[in-house]
Design a protein around this ligand. Structure first.
Ligand code: ADP
Ligand code: MG
Length: 246
């Protein structure tokens, strides 16, 4: 397995009114090429903080993040931006409300000098299961699930190597959650993208993840192959999380 993105002893701190909070600490996590790693943990456990650290957004109080073995500071920003794409809980957050779908999907392509952008947009719409006519829609004319499909098409547009999806299902209706999860899993399989799938519960991710990491109070308390971890958890918090899963 070739490692693509990794955290090495990462800590992120926030300071409020002179008080320092370590939102995550001692994080050692690797994402291999083409795998799906689920990162689970309750609200406030540090999942989004870790996602943003892996995206190079947060300054680290300790440790380092590496992309293909190189510390982020030494990776060309445009290379990193092309290869590591975020997908957020609220697809509205990644779409400009004034832009039609085609423009939102095409925007990251211009800087990358893709040849036939129109054809690429059409094939991306097809890949995420949206009819061609949606190209001319504004985000507010789409359902939540359709909007998340557009956000996915946009994230896939630059042919990234990694998707970091921070609770991409949480804002969606239950029935739509399963559809988007299946789509994510299919895209991951066909494109061999590495997927870090962040969720606060295990119900959905256990269907698609090869490995699971469990975050509790800012620390990874357990990680391992999904089947083994779910069948025989090593940490009491993981056991509690599984017991709470319908
Ligand atoms: P999760 O995504 O698992 O719900 P977060 O990473 O959002 O957890 O938050 C972890 C902890 O860090 C929480 O206590 C949260 O309040 C705090 N936190 C997150 N982001 C910030 C920030 N930008 N400034 C201050 N505190 C933050
Ligand atoms: Mg979060």
């Amino acid at each position: 397995m070739t490692e693509i993105l990794a955290a090495h002893d990462v800590a992120v701190e926030f300071t409020h009114d002179g008080q320092t909070l370590q939102a995550v600490r001692g994080i050692d996590l690797t994402l291999d090429e083409g795998e799906t790693l689920a990162l689970v943990g309750e609200s406030g456990s540090g999942k989004s903080t870790l996602a943003l650290a892996l995206l190079g957004v947060h300054q680290l109080a300790r440790g380092k993040v590496t992309f293909r073995g190189d510390e982020l500071a030494s990776v060309e920003p445009h290379i990193f931006r092309k290869h590591v794409q975020p997908v957020l809980q609220d697809p509205y957050a990644s779409l400009d409300p004034r832009w039609r779908v085609a423009r939102s999907i095409a925007e990251p392509l211009h800087a990358l000098k893709f040849g036939n952008i129109e054809a690429r947009v059409a094939s991306l719409l097809d890949a995420v299961g949206l009819a061609a006519e949606f190209a001319s829609y504004l985000p507010n004319a789409l359902s939540g699930g359709q909007r998340q499909r557009v956000a996915l098409a946009r994230a896939l547009a630059p042919e990234p190597s990694v998707l970091i999806a921070d609770e991409p299902l949480s804002a969606l209706d239950m029935s739509v959650q399963a559809q988007i999860l299946t789509l994510l899993a299919d895209l991951q399989r066909t494109s061999r993208i590495a997927l870090l799938l962040i969720a606060h519960d295990l119900t959905l991710v256990q269907r698609v993840a090869q490995r699971v990491a469990v975050l509790y109070l800012g620390r990874v308390v357990e990680q391992g192959p999904a089947a083994r971890t779910l069948a025989a958890p090593l940490h009491p918090y993981t056991a509690a999380l599984i017991a709470a899963t319908p």
